[in-house]
Design a protein around this ligand. Structure first.
Ligand SMILES: Cc1cc2nc3c(=O)[nH]c(=O)nc-3n(C[C@H](O)[C@H](O)[C@H](O)COP(=O)(O)O)c2cc1C
Ligand code: SF4
Length: 517
């Protein structure tokens, strides 16, 4: 009889709520009861609110048990876990969990499904098919598919990936690079991490495809230093891919050479900005470079470089497999395909939801997220990280569409959605935006370096009620200067959360005296 497969995620969020202890308890009780069990440490399906989510394979159907604690394991075995027996933690078949079935999983489809560190499992699930197809059909066909897909960068700026790849492919250079931005510094975001922990070979394949398409033989992953588990998983996956001949010289007899270096980030938010990241990769301080020259023409070590976010890259293998048109048939307007939305903050069901563009904020927060964790009304939602605007509850019906968000003074960025209930103090949050910028500024330009510090002081004065009108005007003026004169989006976009807080939540800026009258 075949061994029974039991899946317990080895993914940072699941581990933080006890997945390792659950796995140990399963191994211990299986041994004690002589149960023939194969314990697989998978990635997360993204339903973080159900972690640790344990699954048992019963005749090919995976039966899920949610929020399992190590203390539950003994009673789960007594309840015939290996046959998917009834238990208070039992959720039923994983494929029937509503949070998971109503998604459009294009990029994350293998996350949770496979054993992330088994190259055999990866290959059983279409792994390296796209790279092989690229070898067979040639670089031009990959470039065309990526252009046809309408894929835009998922790191924040939403720049068309096809144009970036074409620029690097056409650039002259004896050496070109693929630099994968895995710094993931935005508040409330974790999609890069989940992808790398749940499907590391998927990213490796994607980077090799990018290298093949543009003529780069070397790739770097710039990984957020706060992700030690991801680092260990990626390191092992890169070594396995090398051993299996999917990285290195003359990959699978194609004549194409490509290898990847994993580099730990410097722990600064601005190191996620592409040019600061390149400086940091070169071993220098993570300070933003002037543009031009564009990294696509003079990037890492002065050579043509594709800088792409993890999710942008990981979306490509299926684009190659299934066609760019198929990807662009999903989504709305100029926002094609899917995005991995990340639900965080004050939300009942936090986690990752991969969905086509066009879904509304309200659908994500209410249908998937179940509303606030506190049960109180939503007051504001910050989308796109610490530089994103605070969106008031009245605008929750805005569809997820890059341009629709720009039209309300907001941005989608990396798809992080942080929810606040009606107890949030928006003046303090506006102050925090300025303070964050002051702490994280790389210091290269004055509007950001000095402006953010002055911004904190001016907001403090407004809150205290000191010369309120003058200080209000001064703050607006300061925001104009930061927006118009900063070298990068750090200083240029910090005004977004500040202005939105002033515009939609003016009452929170009233001094205590004003509030009494
Ligand atoms: C302050 C700042 C921080 C950023 N942090 C990240 C990051 O952590 N990850 C990321 O992919 N992009 C980040 N970006 C965006 C990058 O500069 C760049 O646009 C992106 O890596 C390009 O890849 P894409 O086209 O695939 O999105 C940041 C930008 C700024 C201004
Ligand atoms: S805006 Fe801020 S982070 Fe960007 S270059 Fe200027 S000082 Fe550095």
């Amino acid at each position: 009889m075949a061994r029974t497969k039991i899946y317990v995620p080895r993914e940072t969020a699941a581990v933080s709520v006890g997945a390792d202890e659950v796995a140990l308890a399963i191994a211990r009780i299986a041994k004690k009861t002589a149960a023939d069990v194969e314990l697989i440490r998978n990635g997360s399906w993204g339903a973080s609110w159900l972690e640790p989510l344990v699954e048992v394979d019963v005749d090919g159907t995976r039966i899920a048990y949610g929020n399992v604690a190590a203390d539950d394991v003994e009673s789960m075995f007594v309840a015939d876990l290996l046959k998917g027996g009834e238990h208070a933690r039992r959720l039923g078949p994983t494929t029937e969990i509503p949070y998971l079935i109503n998604q459009d999983r294009w990029t994350f489809w293998r996350c949770g499904l496979i054993n992330p560190l088994s190259i055999e499992d990866f290959e059983l699930h279409q792994g390296f098919n796209a790279l092989s197809k690229a070898f067979a059909e040639g670089a031009e066909s990959v470039l065309q598919a990526v252009a046809d897909s309408g894929l835009r960068g998922r790191g924040g700026a939403g720049f068309p990936t096809g144009i970036k790849w074409r620029t690097v492919a056409d650039a002259a250079g004896d050496q070109k690079y693929i630099a994968c931005n895995a710094d993931e510094g935005d508040s409330g975001t974790f999609s890069d991490r989940m992808l790398m922990e749940g499907d590391p070979f998927g990213l490796i394949e994607a980077m090799a495809i990018a290298g093949f398409a543009v003529g780069a033989s070397k790739g770097y992953i710039y990984l957020r230093s706060e992700y030690p588990l991801t680092h260990s998983i990626l390191s092992r996956a890169i070594a396995s891919a090398r051993d299996a001949g999917w990285l290195g010289e003359d990959i699978k007899g194609s004549g194409f050479n490509f290898d990847i270096d994993l580099h730990l980030g410097a722990g600064s938010y601005v190191c996620g900005e592409e040019t600061a990241m390149l400086e940091s990769l070169e071993g220098k301080k993570g300070i933003v470079r002037y543009k031009p020259p564009l990294p696509a023409l003079q990037g890492l070590f002065g050579k043509p470089t594709v800088v792409n976010n993890v999710v942008s890259l990981a979306s490509v293998p299926n684009i190659v497999n299934l066609g760019g048109d198929r990807y662009s048939s999903m989504g709305v307007n100029r926002s094609k395909g899917t995005l991995a939305f990340q639900l965080a903050g004050n939300i009942k069901r936090g986690g990752l939801v991969e969905k086509s563009f066009g879904v509304t904020l309200r659908e994500l927060i209410e249908d998937w997220g179940g509303g606030t964790a506190s049960g109180r009304p939503v007051k504001a939602v910050q989308v796109g990280g610490p530089l994103g605007a605070y969106i008031p509850a009245e605008q929750l019906d805005t569809p997820m569409d890059y341009e629709a968000f720009i039209s309300i003074g907001a941005m989608i960025g990396h798809g992080g959605i942080v929810v606040f209930d009606d107890t949030a103090d928006m003046a303090q949050l506006a102050r925090f935006a300025m303070e964050f910028c002051a702490i994280e500024s790389c210091g290269k330009c004055t509007p950001c370096r000095i402006g953010s510090t002055r911004g904190v002081e001016v907001i403090d004065k407004i809150i205290k009620g000191e010369n309120k009108d003058e200080n209000y005007d001064l703050l607006v003026d300061l925001c104009d200067t930061m927006e118009g004169a900063s070298l990068c989006a750090m200083g240029g976009m910090t005004p977004f959360p500040v202005r939105s807080a002033l515009k939609y939540f003016a009452e929170d800026f009233a001094s205590p005296n004003e509030n009494q009258t």
